[in-house]
Design a protein around this ligand. Structure first.
Ligand SMILES: Nc1nc2c(c(=O)[nH]1)N[C@H]1C(S)=C(S)[C@@H](COP(=O)(O)OP(=O)(O)OC[C@H]3O[C@@H](n4cnc5c(=O)[nH]c(N)nc54)[C@H](O)[C@@H]3O)O[C@H]1N2
Ligand SMILES: Nc1nc2c(c(=O)[nH]1)N[C@H]1C(S)=C(S)[C@@H](COP(=O)(O)OP(=O)(O)OC[C@H]3O[C@@H](n4cnc5c(=O)[nH]c(N)nc54)[C@H](O)[C@@H]3O)O[C@H]1N2
Ligand SMILES: [Mo]
Length: 586
């Protein structure tokens, strides 16, 4: 997300979910929206029903490609080629918004010069999308006023993820599709309240509200608030932390993350974990990481605590406790306060900063310290401020700077937050590890409708587990045939980092030469296989591309009915199951 912060001035969806239905053009890139963001997919379907043009850029056939006017089935990791070629067409044909570029952006010349060599013909050779299609989509995007871009991990989980985001931001800035409803640049955030965690300063570079830790005035304000000296040096990002485990880093406090399942190149991480002196795990369930924990703090789940969650569209919403946490489990905030109090006392620091009686008080301290949130309080959220004017939605969308501010549905409506949008030239950089003679296939990983990330929650649910109980790898019929693999065979996937065994699903959903698996299954951890190379700016790992090989271990079991339990897989719309379709309609 860093790219977005730098180019426009905020790290969140520029526009609102409710506006999607009124868009005339939707460019969905690297987002399996109907499985990972069904509610947002519902708005997209509504837009398509209303006549909007949907273009999906994704290496796989997904449910959304079934209702798309164009499916740009690009080679994984080649988005910069596609997007620079679109910019090439837009500038070359004079379709950019000259007035907007002149008044609201800087850096036009550098981008114009950089994309000159990215012709659609050359792009077609690298990314596999026909040149005519690139031209057609570029023209349509540029000439449709209400045109929104929606992206997720297919864009960010690469060693060049930030470049991808810059390349997308360039399209937005060239065309001026910003600052009005139903357009903009919209990263669909992942976990519940991951937006809120970011907003609250759970980041190596920001205090709450995207105030930089190395800004002297900001640092001084937080030193006063927290009554202690604070470092002006940005912290380590996740990738650096994982690589520093056991050396630079001697202890881990892992809260709500199953790093031994979800971090890349996890066998190497396991070795480093042996050298770590002390690990605290704060979670609602046992998980893979618990094997390494010295201390476990049992936490209450979302329904067992009070507070505020923030969604992708910057909407702060109240969460209310519905049930008591079981046993010794306590709400995360309450564990953290007690931990902070005791840690401060043991080092002779002022403990009074940890004396908050409730989430309401904590929230007030937080929001008052960040100009973007200063107008938001529990009281206002409880009052359901904009529910009458906003089709029944509750909560407030930041920026919301004082108590009379109604919040912000779309960003940059009164000019670009950062002053001028920064057009940033990017050059294509190949993924760090591509198929070769030894590892002939390109492995990509992601998620499915029925399970949620580490699946500590979804695999405890009988219904969901029945829908999808088994790990699987998707392989194209051509590649399967070459390896004598049939549907349901037991296979081994290997990479330079390790290997796992699981069932084969032979499918045209993936491109020839590509295989795909989900990250959810602890018995076949995708991250034993993945590369831990990180994006050069954010450190986000290259989960979407590495070199792999598949071999058959044993043939299809007798009695196997040719379809996996729960029949997640498709009939009908180019690779989508009926249930998947229904989920998005709900
Ligand atoms: N059911 C369910 N929903 C979830 C989650 C879950 O685990 N289960 N997890 C949540 C979380 S934390 C997140 S972050 C989001 C993630 O949501 P998404 O990002 O939508 O999910 P992914 O499956 O990781 O993959 C995104 C898409 O990118 C495509 N892709 C892969 N490589 C490339 C590439 O090089 N270029 C392009 N253009 N596309 C590519 C994949 O084929 C896939 O369709 O989902 C959230 N929602
Ligand atoms: N190969 C591959 N790996 C990936 C990805 C990929 O696409 N491919 N995607 C990456 C992405 S985008 C993400 S977000 C990560 C997700 O990976 P993780 O963050 O590790 O997985 P989650 O399942 O979201 O949650 C982790 C833990 O939080 C716990 N938990 C749930 N609710 C609460 C709570 O209220 N309090 C506390 N304390 N704990 C709670 C769960 O029980 C679980 O153990 O995976 C990353 N890893
Ligand atoms: Mo995520």
């Amino acid at each position: 997300m860093a790219g977005l912060v730098n180019t426009f001035g905020a790290g969140a969806m520029t526009n609102s979910i409710r506006e999607i239905r009124d868009a005339d053009f939707l460019f969905v890139i690297g987002s399996n929206t109907s499985e990972a963001h069904p509610i947002i997919a519902m708005e997209m379907k509504r837009a398509v029903r209303n006549g909007a043009t949907l273009v999906v850029a994704d290496p796989r056939a997904i449910w959304m490609t079934g209702i798309a006017e164009e499916h740009l089935q690009l080679q994984p990791g080649t988005d910069v080629w596609l997007l620079n070629a679109m910019a090439h067409v837009i500038i070359g044909e004079g379709l950019h918004d000259e007035a907007f570029v002149r008044d609201h952006t800087e850096g036009f010349e550098t981008v114009r010069d950089a994309v000159l060599s990215y012709t659609p013909e050359k792009a077609a050779e690298v990314c596999g999308v026909p040149a005519d299609t690139i031209r057609r989509v570029a023209r349509q995007y540029a000439t449709t006023r209400k045109a929104g871009i929606y992206y997720t991990l297919g864009i960010t989980e690469h060693s060049h993820g930030t470049d991808n985001v810059y390349a997308l931001a360039n399209l937005v800035l060239l065309t001026g599709h910003l600052g009005s409803p139903s357009m903009g640049l919209n990263p669909l955030r992942g976990q519940n309240n991951v937006q809120g965690a970011n907003d609250a300063g759970a980041s190596p570079i920001y205090y709450p509200g995207y105030q930089r830790v190395d800004d002297e005035a900001v640092q001084a304000a937080y030193e006063k608030l927290y009554k202690r000296e604070l470092s002006p040096i940005p912290g380590l990002n996740l990738n650096e932390m994982m690589k520093g485990a056991g050396s630079k880093i001697r202890a881990f406090f892992v809260m709500g993350e199953d790093i031994l399942l979800s971090e890349p190149n996890v066998l190497a991480l396991e070795q480093r974990m042996d050298d770590i002196e002390f690990v605290i795990l704060q979670d609602i369930f046992p998980n893979e990481t618990m094997r390494y924990a010295d201390v476990v703090f049992p936490a209450g789940n979302f329904a067992e605590k009070e507070g505020v969650f923030v969604n992708s569209e910057r909407r702060m919403q109240r969460v209310r406790k519905a049930v008591d946490a079981p046993g010794l489990a306590r709400a995360d905030w309450s564990i953290l306060l007690e931990f902070g109090r005791r840690a401060a006392a043991s080092r002779g620091l002022d403990v009074s900063v940890w004396d908050h009686a409730s989430p309401k008080e904590i929230f007030r301290e937080f929001s008052a310290s960040a100009p973007k949130f200063a107008g938001i309080t529990h009281e206002r959220l409880d009052a359901g401020t904009d529910s009458e004017t906003d089709g029944g939605f509750s909560g407030l969308q930041w920026p919301c700077e004082d108590e009379n501010d109604p919040g912000t549905k779309y960003l940059h409506g009164n000019g670009i937050l950062r002053g001028k949008g920064l057009l940033t030239a990017v050059e294509y950089r190949p993924s760090m590890e591509l198929p070769d003679e030894e590892y002939g296939l390109l492995l990509s990983t992601g998620r499915t409708l029925y399970h949620y990330n580490a699946a500590t929650q979804t695999r405890r649910d009988e219904g969901l587990d029945a829908k999808q109980s088994e790990a699987f790898v998707q392989i194209h019929p051509r590649d399967a045939r070459k390896r004598d693999i049939s549907e349901g065979d037991w296979v081994q996937i290997s990479t330079r980092r390790g290997s796992v065994e699981l069932a084969a699903h032979v499918s045209r959903q993936v491109r020839p030469g590509c295989i795909w698996m989900a990250l959810h299954f602890s018995e076949a951890r995708a991250n034993i296989l993945t590369n831990d190379e990180g994006d050069s700016i954010t450190g986000t790992a290259e989960y979407k591309v590495c070199a792999a090989e598949v071999t058959k271990v044993s043939s299809i079991e007798p009695g196997f009915e040719g379809i996996f339990p729960g029949s997640y897989f498709h009939e009908g719309l180019r690779g989508a199951s009926a249930e998947n379709a229904a989920a998005g309609e709900a």
